[in-house]
Write a protein that binds this ligand. Structure first.
Ligand SMILES: *[C@@H]1O[C@H](CO)[C@@H](O)[C@H](O)[C@H]1NC(C)=O
Ligand SMILES: *[C@@H]1O[C@H](CO)[C@@H](O)[C@H](O)[C@H]1NC(C)=O
Ligand SMILES: *[C@@H]1O[C@H](CO)[C@@H](O)[C@H](O)[C@H]1NC(C)=O
Length: 351
């Protein structure tokens, strides 16, 4: 009798622990009228609410009403994507003489870490203070989606000062060298998530070159200056201004100027005139994938609003796409004993 009780008690406890580990919840960071919500599913940023120039609050990131909608989405709304964000051509690469086949989930290529990348796993909450920060961790295992070695990953979102959000991504290989390229896949609309398209936002992007791609969005390996092309945002201008020359919009990696893995520098400034909101983006990464949500189609989002093409803007700071197959791109290989560090700071104002 004692034995049965003990055993069933133990089982119950084990089950409770398992449920606890799997529980998906929403966490808020809030300081004054600046607030953001996150979930440990995919370490996703669910919302970011801040005032416009009149003090009116809006949520400026696209997303869904229900956590379940994030579980099988094809948009990657707000997710931390990895182990290798963006595309790996042919879903394979060679490292230290070994060919690694990773999961192909975009035709024959791999996208954002494979079919079940870091945006589709449950993370653990390590540190949470509502007025300050939250840290999510994930232990990626050797062979997960085809990638080599165990990798310990953490993502911290933090409110800094007034109306600034910091993001710190850290990854440590535990036994083998592996490529690491994490990115935060937030879709922004500074007029409010349901205000329509982003074509009249203005953008200044401090990237003098791009890495052109083939028709499967795999880099050709070239690095080409933007000067005089529709990709040139070195001076601020309307995002939609050259859509007559680029009818599908932007989905391209910019080579960011003044690259330094150790120092943050301002890489983009986005403004929306009606709300007066302005967002500066700072990072230490060498590249940014600039995407004008060209593939969004009738996506049923928050508050029942349906997002159409160009409803949001993504600035996925990261290494260059398919760097694992392009020796002339900055390497994304992190050796056992080394640490990957990716910083982002968003600075918001409204005038
Ligand atoms: C996700 O959607 C695909 C089709 O788009 C479906 O085949 C698959 O079963 C879905 N997975 C889950 C976990 O709902
Ligand atoms: C690796 O990808 C290339 C295309 O980038 C392809 O030609 C090759 O067959 C692939 N190799 C393996 C082992 O899958
Ligand atoms: C790698 O992860 C597995 C579990 O996923 C664990 O059993 C193993 O001990 C880990 N090895 C190292 C060196 O961390």
């Amino acid at each position: 009798m004692f034995k049965i009780c003990f055993l069933s008690g133990f089982l119950l406890l084990a089950l409770l622990c398992m449920c606890e580990a799997q529980e998906v919840k929403v966490y808020e960071l809030k300081r004054g009228d600046f607030s953001a919500k996150f979930t440990n599913y995919g370490a996703i940023m669910l919302s970011l609410i801040l005032p416009d120039k009149t003090g009116k609050l809006d949520d400026v990131v696209l997303g869904y009403d229900s956590l379940n909608d994030y579980k099988n989405d094809t948009t990657y709304f707000g997710a931390i994507v990895g182990r290798v964000a963006n595309r790996i051509g042919g879903a394979n690469f060679t490292l230290n003489g070994v060919v690694y086949k990773v999961v192909a989930n975009d035709g024959k290529n791999s996208l954002h870490g494979g079919r079940k990348g870091f945006g589709d796993v449950i993370w653990t909450v390590k540190n949470y203070r509502k007025d300050s920060h939250i840290t999510f961790t994930y232990d990626s295992f050797d062979g997960e989606q085809g990638f080599p070695g165990n990798l310990s990953v953490s993502v911290t979102y933090m409110i800094i000062g007034t109306n600034k959000l910091g993001v710190k991504m850290v990854a440590k290989p535990l036994n083998k060298a592996t490529p690491v390229n994490l990115a935060l896949h937030t879709y922004w609309n500074l007029g409010g998530h349901s205000s329509g398209d982003i074509l009249s936002h203005t953008l200044q992007l401090f990237g003098s070159s791009i890495t052109p791609v083939d028709d499967e969005l795999i880099p050709t390996g070239k690095i080409v200056p933007v000067k005089g092309t529709p990709y040139d945002f070195l001076q601020p201008r309307e995002i939609g201004g050259k859509f007559n020359q680029l009818p599908n919009g932007y989905d391209i990696n910019y080579v960011l100027d003044k690259s330094s893995p150790k120092h943050l520098r301002k890489v983009a400034v986005v403004q929306e005139s009606k709300s007066g909101r302005k967002m500066e983006l700072w990072t230490n990464m060498p590249g940014v994938q600039f995407y004008t949500s060209n593939m969004l189609k009738s996506e049923k989002g928050k508050d029942g609003f349906v997002y159409s093409i160009h409803a949001g803007l993504c600035f996925e700071t990261q290494g260059f796409p398919d760097a694992v197959n392009n020796p002339n791109f900055p390497s994304q290989i992190v050796n056992h004993g080394d640490t990957y560090k990716h910083f982002m700071v968003y600075r918001f104002t409204a005038h």
